[in-house]
Write a protein that binds this ligand. Structure first.
Ligand code: BZD
Length: 822
């Protein structure tokens, strides 16, 4: 009996688990059961948090059967599995997701109701799991849900950060970062897998035997321990696994040191281990550059690959069939060290020769690129890399020699081009280029929108694309309609179904039927009433969080995303100042009442981004206090933007701001969430906005500004913002007001440098696009004044977003990259 895990139990007569009933009375009894036996509390003294935990445990029980069945089915079928490696999974709350996908909403409401507990109230207590920065992390979460929904066997692999994205508070309008403690009350969704742990090494040296076989002898070693969270697909068709790694010391207490009296030294290993999975780096564009970040990247890459190879060998017993049975997708370059680690495992552990290992690696790995910003591309100093991962450095040199040989053999590249393709950047301090490593080690490199993919071919990977012309492909991003329509906007979901029928959650294209009622006055009225109810709810949240009263009948104009100069929140604020000025000068005009809403976090070290947050708050303070504009303009910055806040803001938006400098936003996914929820977009021809315009129709989206080609041309031909500013009285006025301290009387110079940056270089083309943006905003006012037209446009937006379901995206990955569906 002690060895049951290793025994063949097929003909033993083990009792089977009791299937879990979904009858409300049974659910209620189970909830009380969990409360009593798992939490150890009596119903009379249970806190709301206790009820939530008990309810989660009961829901989780209903997931487990489907989970095990999904695992068994893939095993029996000898199916291929997808492994999604990502430093970030921005999953948010899981309760509503699980309950809706299990189709247990009514039953759970009834069960909890019987116990005097309201599902909607305890749901709000669930911590928002923010194991990611922004779009890249949220995309990974949407993909996990979609892979389960379209029935692809998949594992997400990442890090179980003890502290995820920081909590943002505002202190006098300045961002303050506080640690987020999402695990404070435990995490009832996860299963700790003490048996699934792997050794992770760093540093040390390489031993070579007589046959030239290498063994890496790391100086430091840790355990990676697995924590599994089930991810339920739509209608619980399939349940997949999100496996997150926590670092553990191998030697928690070095007794020898302790006994010598070195009590702190005895804990050194524990502390070093703890640091590995302690905290998410809160920077979403500039690479962290610290050794700890590279250690995190290797830690989770190595653990995941060891797990993948163990599973493969246990089932198939032959390493060479790996590419037929496993597809590994790298979410950006953060797990790019996997290319070298897979090579090491294949060569040093599985004893393959270099060529065979290289062939297997390339056929197994694929890479998704999420940015072209040159400063965002990861690279590591060679000395650091060598010191932490000596064997991997050796393999990278070997891979590099082979790639450069292939490049030279074509006879089409000059030395500068070959140097650009090298895995080692030789300009100045030598560095390992992670983008190039991911590119050469993958059979597929994809961009995340049509425009981004084309630019990738023309810029960062120009020569590698010439060398390997079949590798780059596009997979335009998507969002899961379960979370981003059904759950966050049940009003619109239910109304839509009256027209579309019940299939929209598995076939978002069916929303198209709404086109037929876009002009119908009665339908428009109901559509508008739902928007209004969502706005009432958001108005309540605004008042509660920052004490500002806003009029829910005004246009809600929203920009929510990470704060970045290329996303141009600054352009939006400057236009707000210009509008404020106009309203004060012409109070007699019929201004469309607006509430301008902002939310988003700035990387802790990003000075200008933090200043932009302060500016939004300074402008808000002045505008909101001015009786002259009281009825037509309000400005608010909501603190601590996260997935849960997005779920309230997105359904309440009338206007969605997607105004990045063309060529700089790889795709955007917030843009898709807003349009699906019936907001109009004001935006540039950037990222997925381009494709949204194609699907929604140019007449239903407000596009302005320079194209990516025009931006590139302007930059190349010497652009002078000062001339542009001088030619625009509105812009001149607004900039003068900001730089002279109108919004910062207590510190008149606060924005001098920020504005000087616009005047002197304006890399992000705020001035160049300003007039066209302001004019587009006045067009928006004009449409708002014709409500039937606005409503028709909004309905057509919701109707035509079917293409942007992440189910579509995932099916394309499944067919064209992973080869797991036909
Ligand atoms: O990825 C974003 C892009 O900026 C968006 O345009 C795109 O829609 C999404 C999804 O493809 N990139 C990120 O969110 N990047 C990061 O969060 C990040 C995190 C750590 C280090 C570097 C970048």
């Amino acid at each position: 009996a002690l060895l049951r895990g290793q025994m063949d139990t097929t003909d033993m007569n083990l009792p089977s688990p009791t299937p879990k009933s979904s009858d409300p009375a049974r659910l209620a009894a189970d909830i009380v059961d969990r409360l009593t036996y798992r939490i150890g509390k009596d119903a009379t003294v249970a806190t709301p948090d206790d009820w939530l935990t008990a309810a989660v445990l009961v829901v989780r029980d209903r997931v487990v059967e489907r989970w095990m069945e999904s695992t068994r089915e893939t095993y029996r079928r000898e199916g291929k599995r997808v492994y999604y490696l990502s430093m970030e999974f921005l999953i948010g709350r899981l309760m509503r997701d699980a309950v809706t996908n299990l189709e247990l909403v009514g039953e759970m409401q009834e069960a909890l109701g019987e116990l005097g507990v309201e599902l909607d109230l305890i749901r709000e207590l669930e911590p928002d799991a923010a194991l990611g920065n922004g779009g890249l992390g949220r995309l990974a979460a949407c993909f996990m849900e979609s892979m389960a929904s379209v029935d692809i066997p998949a594992y997400g692999y990442g890090i179980r950060y003890q502290n995820g994205m920081f909590r943002q508070e505002l202190s006098d309008g300045w961002q303050v970062e506080l640690p987020e403690t999402w695990l404070e009350h435990g995490n009832p969704w996860e299963f700790e897998r003490r048996e699934s742990r792997y050794e992770i090494g760093f540093g040390g040296h390489i031993e070579r035997d007589d046959a030239d076989n290498c063994t890496w002898k790391p100086a430091e070693r840790f355990w990676a321990e697995a924590f599994d969270t089930p991810i339920v697909g739509w209608k619980a068709k399939r349940v997949n696994t999100l496996r997150l790694w926590r670092a553990e010391p191998i030697d928690p207490l070095e007794l020898e040191a302790f006994n010598r009296g070195d009590h702190m030294g005895a804990l050194q290993d524990s502390m070093k281990a703890e640091a590995l999975s302690r905290v998410l780096y809160p920077a979403d564009a500039t690479p962290a550059g610290q050794a700890l970040r590279l250690r995190q990247e290797f830690f989770f890459s190595s653990a995941s690959l060891q797990d993948i190879l163990r599973r493969h060998m246990a089932q198939f017993g032959r390493i060479t069939s790996l590419p037929e049975k496993a597809a590994i997708q790298l979410n950006d370059t953060h797990p790019a060290v996997s290319v070298a680690e897979l090579m090491r495992l294949l060569i040093d552990v599985h004893n393959l020769d270099f060529d065979t290992a290289w062939d297997i690696t390339k056929r197994t790995i694929a890479y998704t690129n999420h940015t072209l910003l040159p400063e965002a591309l990861e690279s590591w100093p060679v000395p650091l890399f060598e010191q932490l991962l000596p064997r991997h450095m050796q393999l990278i040199y070997k891979i590099n020699a082979r790639v450069l040989r292939e490049a030279r053999a074509t006879g089409t590249f000059d030395d500068a081009q070959v140097a650009g393709m090298s895995l080692i950047d030789e300009h100045g301090e030598r560095r390992v280029r992670m983008g190039n490593l991911a590119f050469v080690g993958a059979h597929s490199i994809n961009g995340v929108s049509g425009l981004h993919t084309e630019l990738m071919k023309e810029t960062v990977f120009k020569d590698l694309h010439k060398l390997y012309p079949l590798r780059i492909n596009n997979k335009t991003n998507g969002i899961t309609p379960r979370r981003w329509l059904m759950q966050c906007n049940p009003g619109l979901y239910n109304l839509s179904r009256e027209v579309t029928g019940d299939s929209i959650m598995s076939d978002l294209d069916a929303m198209k039927a709404l086109d037929t009622v876009a002009e119908d006055a009665a339908f428009q009225e109901r559509f508008a009433a739902i928007k209004r109810a969502n706005k009432d709810r958001l108005a309540g949240v605004i008042e509660k969080r920052i004490g500002l009263k806003v009029d829910p009948s005004a246009m809600f104009d929203i920009q929510i995303k990470r704060i970045h100069e290329y996303k141009r929140q600054l352009m939006n604020i400057v236009e707000t100042v210009a509008l404020y000025d106009q309203i004060r000068s012409h109070p007699e005009r019929a201004w469309a009442p607006r509430v301008k809403l902002f939310a988003g976090k700035a990387a802790s070290s990003y000075h200008n981004a933090k200043l932009i947050i302060k500016l939004a708050n300074d402008v808000a303070r002045v505008v909101n206090a001015d009786p002259a504009t009281r009825d037509v303009l309000k400005v608010a910055f909501l603190p601590n933007y996260n997935v849960s806040l997005a779920e309230v803001m997105v359904p309440a938006a009338d206007l969605s701001e997607q105004i990045s400098t063309a060529g700089m936003e790889a795709s955007g996914t917030g843009n898709m969430k807003f349009a699906l929820n019936g907001a109009l977009t004001i935006g540039t021809l950037d990222g997925a906005n381009v494709e949204m315009r194609e699907h929604i129709g140019a007449e239903n989206i407000i596009i302005f500004g320079l194209t990516a080609a025009e931006v590139a041309e302007k930059r190349a031909n010497g652009y002078s913002p000062e001339e542009v500013i001088a030619a625009s009285p509105e812009l001149s006025q607004a900039l003068k007001a900001i730089e002279s301290g109108v919004f910062s009387p207590e510190d008149r110079n606060r924005y001098a440098d920020l504005v000087a940056g616009l005047r002197m270089s304006d890399w992000f083309m705020v001035a160049a696009d300003f007039d066209s943006y302001a004019a587009a905003q006045r067009d928006v006012d004009g449409i708002w004044a014709e409500q039937p037209r606005w409503q028709a446009m909004a309905i057509r937006n919701a109707a035509r977003m079917g293409y942007f379901s992440s189910d579509r995206t995932i099916r394309q990955y499944g067919r064209e990259i992973w080869n797991v569906i036909n």
